[in-house]
Design a protein around this ligand. Structure first.
Ligand SMILES: NC(=O)c1ccc[n+]([C@@H]2O[C@H](COP(=O)([O-])OP(=O)(O)OC[C@H]3O[C@@H](n4cnc5c(N)ncnc54)[C@H](OP(=O)(O)O)[C@@H]3O)[C@@H](O)[C@H]2O)c1
Length: 284
């Protein structure tokens, strides 16, 4: 496969879910993927592994190597990016995927909890971009893919901090695109909907489950959990990213899944109170 931007990929949050599957998928295509986790040692090869070497992977040039990274820590971000540069002397694609979700009523979410949501999902992405952009600028080429969420377009009750962090990611990416275009760098937000990953079990609850102030919150969060457990498999996101690696002029946003694509289009034309009514019925 041809890679317009090159095949050296740095992908945050590759130990689980969307990131893990995407890392393996891109390695199968022939990418050198440096996938990150807060745990583990730099350079550990996780793909190809014993179960994949018998098959077509035997002929692959691609791999997934782990890199230790906490996106909330400046020094950790520097060390991870430096490690990839030591190994490859370049970074062609940065995929900001590391993230988690906080659920609970706004009134019952502390400032510390709200900040921790933004620290990973938004400032983590900013830290990564600040470290990688000078490298891409020198290369005069690069692609940044930010993993947002449909919640960044449709704010979900009792998921306010998560929705806001993904909405902020979208605004950030739109501005970034215009700033870096002249350097041959492109940026995209991918918006998956409910996806079966570790996300559901890793969710943080700022609201007491038996909250008397917001009794509807519990039912709403339970509905969200059910939707995620019955959601899409992450392969759709991985395949979309695979296509973007060869897109000279990618769009600013790619929504995953036909239902979510239709919802996104409808939001543009429907009155906002109707959209609110529908979301309220679903999650309120
Ligand atoms: N699942 C869904 O329904 C869904 C829908 C839309 C968007 N998304 C987005 O997709 C992305 C991936 O989530 P997922 O669904 O695949 O969840 P997941 O299975 O829980 O994976 C999350 C990944 O993020 C990493 N991570 C979390 N905090 C980190 C930090 N501070 N520094 C570095 N890495 C960190 C974790 O790595 P370690 O714990 O090993 O460090 C893990 O690899 C997230 O941005 C999420 O918001 C998910």
């Amino acid at each position: 496969m041809e890679f317009y931007y090159g095949n050296v990929v740095l992908l945050t949050g590759a130990s689980s879910g969307i990131g893990k599957l995407t890392a393996e998928y891109l390695a199968e295509l022939g990418c050198k993927v440096y996938g990150t986790s807060r745990k583990g040692e730099n350079g550990t090869i996780v793909f190809p592994n014993d179960s994949s070497t018998n098959s077509k992977q035997a002929t692959l040039k691609g791999f997934v190597k782990m890199v230790q990274l906490d996106v909330c820590n400046d020094l950790s971000v520097k060390d991870a990016v430096d490690y990839v540069i030591q190994q490859e002397s370049r970074i062609d694609v940065l995929i900001n995927n590391a993230g988690f979700g906080i659920s609970g009523a706004i009134e019952e979410t502390s400032e510390k909890e709200a900040f921790s949501q933004f620290d990973t999902n938004f400032f983590g992405m900013h830290r990564m971009c600040r470290k990688v952009l000078p490298i891409m600028r020198k290369q005069r080429k690069g692609l940044i893919i930010n993993i947002g969420s449909v919640a960044g377009t449709f704010s979900i009750p009792y998921q306010s901090m998560y929705s806001a962090s993904k909405s902020a990611m979208k605004s950030f990416t739109e501005a970034l695109r215009m700033e870096v275009r002249e350097f041959g760098i492109r940026a995209v937000v991918i918006e998956p909907g409910d996806t079966q990953t570790g996300f559901t079990d890793n969710r943080y609850y700022s609201q007491e489950s038996e909250s008397t102030s917001y009794p509807k919150g519990k039912a709403s969060i339970e509905k969200m959990i059910k939707d995620e457990r019955n959601g899409d498999r992450p392969i759709g996101v991985a395949k979309t990213i695979g296509k973007l690696l060869n897109a000279k002029n990618p769009p600013s946003r790619v929504t995953i899944g036909m239902v979510y694509k239709v919802f996104t289009q409808l939001k543009r034309v429907l009155p906002s109170r109707l959209v609110e009514f529908i979301l309220g019925k679903m999650y309120g």
